[in-house]
Design a protein around this ligand. Structure first.
Ligand code: DAH
Length: 391
């Protein structure tokens, strides 16, 4: 037996509703309806009604919502990139995982980590799921913003629906491509040299973060450098000289070697903000097999992916990820298109703290199953769910 303690701010109706639920998923043969389309259920189906309700809200498309303000700021930074939005979240596991080189036993594939509509379809867990189709359309400088879904714990910084932006830039792998990268690197280096930024770098390629065998190492190095310059410049736009924060101080950006199945070399970017190093994004030189799958030979590309909530929470001082979903005018009226302002907290409810313990069975119920049950019953009213021990 294990115990899970729910810290809650809830009404009595919630407890009654929770007691009345006989099992965590109500078996039903009704199809799953998403964005007006019906999908058959099967034994793999684990999408819940709380999640279905969020599909199509498209918070990042509202220009005066913090996520929309941030999305527009990033899109205007990359002003000559094609910025795509509104791509529906239903993808195949092949798009989400296989096409990107995820191994067959990757934990993200499991029903305890991802939402499946049925055996053949799932909700994307990241915007990288669209890389192949966008490259296949011949896009060479693009951004794609979208809602993504991952089964997760309940607390102030995790939510099963969040938003990501993917960006990529493709160059020809010939002399023209090389000249284009060199020219852009020159332009970006000059811009950064004039800016108040300190960069802790790692080599663009190294024995622990090598170029791909199929790439000319000189070109791979130039493209990785272009990626870093482009993202350092984005970090300046997002975090440089924010009123009352870094004023006068140089912005500090740190590059770290990383691993992603779909990029080599790979990096993570961190920014020093309000006294802490914050992880901002993942990026790298796209695995050639992704471009091959997309049918764009003779090309080399970089790509990055970032989470909008994480950055918006920092920039707008929003303390709880659930606030993004609020329809309370006291939240929504605080933000204006094109402006990064500091969120002023307000009292959501008269406080009513209750700690409740639930005994979980030994087998057959994953922690995330329990969290989805709580979420489906109580919406966003539960403060957090904490597993306090296992037998
Ligand atoms: N898809 C990754 C994630 O969700 C983020 C990411 C990392 C995207 C590296 C990229 C990339 O395009 O190159 O964690």
């Amino acid at each position: 037996m294990s115990t899970t303690v729910c810290r809650t701010r809830l009404s009595r109706q919630f407890f009654r509703a929770l007691q009345l639920r006989r099992c965590y998923s109500t078996p039903t043969h009704a199809p799953v309806t998403l964005l007006g389309k019906e999908y058959p259920r099967d034994a793999t189906t684990n999408i819940t009604s709380a999640i279905i309700d969020k599909v199509g809200r498209n918070l990042y498309m509202n220009p005066s919502h913090p996520l929309g303000i941030l999305q527009s700021l990033i899109s205007s930074h990359f002003r000559d990139f094609n910025s795509m939005t509104g791509v529906p979240p239903v993808v195949t596991p092949a798009q989400n995982f296989d096409d990107l080189g995820f191994p067959a036993d990757h934990p993200g594939r499991s029903v305890t980590d991802s939402y499946y509509i049925n055996r053949d379809l799932m909700l994307r867990t990241h915007t990288s799921a669209h890389e192949v189709e966008v490259f296949a359309r011949g896009e060479r400088k693009w951004l794609l913003s979208a809602d993504v879904y991952r089964r997760d714990e309940i607390d102030a910084s995790h939510y099963p629906v969040f938003h990501q932006m993917e960006g990529a830039r493709v160059f020809s792998s010939d002399a023209n491509g090389k000249a284009e990268v060199q020219e852009d690197n020159e332009r970006l280096s000059q811009h950064l040299a004039r800016s108040n930024i300190i960069i802790e770098d790692v080599p663009h390629i190294s024995p622990t973060n090598p170029p791909q065998d199929v790439h000319d190492p000189v070109l791979a190095e130039l493209v990785a450098h272009n990626l870093k310059l482009s993202l350092n410049s984005l970090m300046l736009t997002l975090f440089g000289n924010r009123a009352g924060v870094n004023e006068g101080e140089p912005l500090r950006v740190r590059w770290i070697e990383a691993y992603f199945p779909f990029t080599t070399p790979s990096f993570e970017v961190e920014v020093f903000f309000r006294g802490k190093w914050l992880e901002i994004l993942g990026c790298g030189v796209v695995q050639q097999q992704t471009l091959d799958r997309a049918g764009v030979p003779g090309s080399i590309s970089w790509a990055f992916g970032l989470g909008l909530e994480r950055i918006a929470m920092i920039l707008f001082s929003i303390p709880d990820i659930r606030l993004f979903w609020s329809q309370d005018p006291r939240f929504l009226s605080q933000f204006l298109a094109g402006q990064i302002t500091t969120f002023k907290p307000y009292s959501k409810y008269p406080a009513c703290y209750k700690d409740v313990s639930f005994w979980l069975p030994d087998t057959g119920l994953h922690d995330n199953d329990f969290c989805d049950l709580v979420r489906d019953t109580a919406g966003d009213l539960v403060q957090d769910v904490v597993l306090v021990g296992r037998k």
